[in-house]
Design a protein around this ligand. Structure first.
Ligand code: MEV
Length: 432
């Protein structure tokens, strides 16, 4: 990216000007820009080959989160989502974090886990030892299933064996094949490897392999982000009430403690994180169900469902946030190869590896969490939501073009965000 991701006034510009600014900053060609209009470049004949029984294409808005500074690099982040306030929230929080140096991120190698369920094993403990002693043979066989990934320095890394003593069908062995899938999400690669290994696992254990499938608890493929927000950045005033930054830090830490201690709150807290995460996952054509599944099991990894993020006060009184979660995303294969929209989204972010993408996504999740907590712990969430919600209500009432802002402004002024009132205002506008 050729310039800062700070784009003051970006939100006030018309769509075409915004896209031109993003294109200039990230080097998008005319064709790539055109791909973002309408169906994001997805033609019905291509869609027809992506899934079954296709009858059409479903659209969602793509917005750009600004202000992100990640490991010292400016990034404009494409987000695909239907919910108002999410893109604005991420951009706002990224600006707060920017004042503290931006986001620092890291990740583990992109290792996926494929599971094999082994039943009817005569001597499970002995079979476990036997599998482990023949690890090299298993890894070698797994490597031969995807020479391309191996040539890219990926491939089979390890074999782990667990014994589940008690199950409704008796003891079972669970074999994990750990496989570095490089820049692919890797579901197909690891499922193929597990299927290839199954007969050998049966031979070694004397058992019967039933399931051979990846685990969405991708806890070998973690991404991490942290940020520091100087307390002074959190000073603000809302409807005549002054919130001092240091007080806001305390309130955010208290709000986090609620999510750390209560699963009912943790579910909503983590949903806020996933607002940011899923929007980038979707924009890049990745499997958001896989990410959701992994995130929530990871949140419960210590035996109780809890917050995925942590917020603390530093000795100097500033706010520091951390987020670690599984992030099995790819930049090659799947929809990223056939759908032009995700290709453009990846180019905008300038990512060269799946790890870079994973780290950006986690930074956005942390930003989204910060935006929600700051609002919830001070003025409440509704005030910020109101004007965006009002626009949607105005559109639902039939407003178009300029009418949308005029009807929405009136709804916000009256603090009545209702469809019937929007319809009344609109008919007055039309009559005038
Ligand atoms: C709404 O989509 C997300 C929030 O509920 C997240 C949270 O409560 O932390 C605002």
């Amino acid at each position: 990216m050729s310039q800062s991701s700070r784009l003051p006034g970006f939100y006030k510009q018309p769509v075409k000007k915004r896209l031109a600014a993003v294109a200039a900053a990230t080097g998008l060609t005319d064709q790539e820009q055109a791909a973002l209009f309408g169906t994001a470049g997805l033609q019905t004949d291509v869609a027809d080959h992506m899934i079954e029984n296709v009858v059409g294409i479903h659209g969602l808005p793509m917005g750009i989160a600004t202000n992100f500074l990640i490991n010292g690099r400016d990034v404009l982040v494409p987000m695909v989502i239907e919910e108002p306030s999410v893109v604005a929230g991420a951009s706002f929080a990224a600006k707060l974090a920017r004042a503290g140096g931006g986001f620092a991120t890291s990740s583990t190698p992109p290792e996926m886990i494929a599971q094999m369920q082994v039943l009817d094993v005569p001597n499970p403990h002995v079979a476990r030892f036997e599998l482990l002693s023949q690890k090299d043979r298993l890894l070698d066989l797994a490597d031969r299933t995807d020479p391309l990934i191996v040539s890219l320095q990926g491939g089979a890394r390890d074999v782990e064996v667990r014994l589940i003593d008690e199950s409704p069908v008796g003891p079972m062995l669970v074999v994990h094949l750990i496989y570095d899938t490089r820049d692919a999400m890797g579901a197909n690669t690891v499922n193929t490897a597990a299927e290839a290994l199954a007969p050998v696992v049966e031979e070694i254990t004397g058992g019967r392999v039933l399931l051979r499938i990846l685990s969405n608890l991708a806890d070998r493929r973690l991404a991490r982000a942290r940020c520091l927000v100087p307390a002074d950045e959190l000073n603000f005033e809302s409807e005549g009430r002054i919130f001092k930054g240091r007080e806001v830090v305390e309130r955010i830490v208290e709000a986090y403690a609620f999510a750390a201690g209560d699963p009912y709150r943790a579910a909503t807290h983590n949903k806020g994180i996933m607002n940011g995460v899923d929007a980038v996952v979707l924009a890049t054509g990745n499997d958001w169900r896989a990410i959701e599944a992994g995130a929530h099991v990871y949140a419960a990894r210590n035996g109780r469902y809890a917050s995925l993020s942590q917020w603390e006060k530093t000795p100097a009184g500033d706010l520091v946030g951390t987020l670690e979660m599984p992030m099995a995303v790819g930049i090659v294969g799947g929809a990223t190869r056939v759908h032009p929209g995700p290709k453009v989204a990846l180019k905008m972010m300038g990512v060269n590896t799946s790890r870079e993408l994973a780290e950006i996504i986690v930074a956005v999740g942390l930003a989204q969490n910060l935006a929600a907590l700051r609002a919830l712990a001070t003025e409440g969430i509704q005030r910020g939501h109101m004007s965006l919600h009002a626009r949607q209500v105005a559109i639902a009432a039939g407003a178009t073009g300029d009418e949308i802002e005029r009807v929405a402004d009136q709804l916000v002024r009256e603090r009545v965000i209702r469809l019937d009132r929007a319809q009344e205002i609109l008919s007055q506008l039309v009559d005038a």
